[in-house]
Write a protein that binds this ligand. Structure first.
Ligand SMILES: [Zn+2]
Length: 126
């Protein structure tokens, strides 16, 4: 759902009020403009956890990447937060990265206002 913005409210360059806005913001910043990013809500009962004898009923957020069609689908059992979206899109942008590298970069971007600089550094390092 899009939320209406009050005209008196100052809008900074980074103000993702909605999931869609957050996806667009991080997608553009990471240079994933050609990608189609979809989100699909799934039930916790559809998620099996290897660590608990494959019992269903687990919280999950993960991305399925299709490099041929440039399509990434984020599957989630709960409401997506901004850092979930950033995390999954980092997986799409830097597919060689380990989980730790993605977690680290997500935290770094969340803690900083200079997103552009961090992303250009990350891109240069690849
Ligand atoms: Zn991850």
């Amino acid at each position: 759902m899009e939320r209406g913005l009050s005209p008196s409210k100052e809008i900074s360059s980074y103000a993702p009020f909605t999931q869609k806005a957050a996806i667009q913001y991080w997608q553009s910043l990471l240079g994933l403009d050609l990608w189609q990013i979809k989100t699909v809500r799934i039930s916790e009962m559809q998620v099996l956890d290897d660590y608990f004898d494959a019992l269903p009923g687990h919280e999950f957020v993960g991305v399925c990447i299709d490099n041929e069609s440039l399509c990434a689908t984020i599957y989630h059992t709960r409401k997506l937060l901004d850092d979930d979206i950033l995390h999954e899109l980092l997986h799409v942008r830097f597919q060689d990265w380990t989980e730790d590298e993605v977690v680290h970069c997500t935290a770094k971007l969340q803690a900083s206002f200079d997103h552009q600089w961090i992303v250009s550094e990350a891109r240069a390092a690849v």
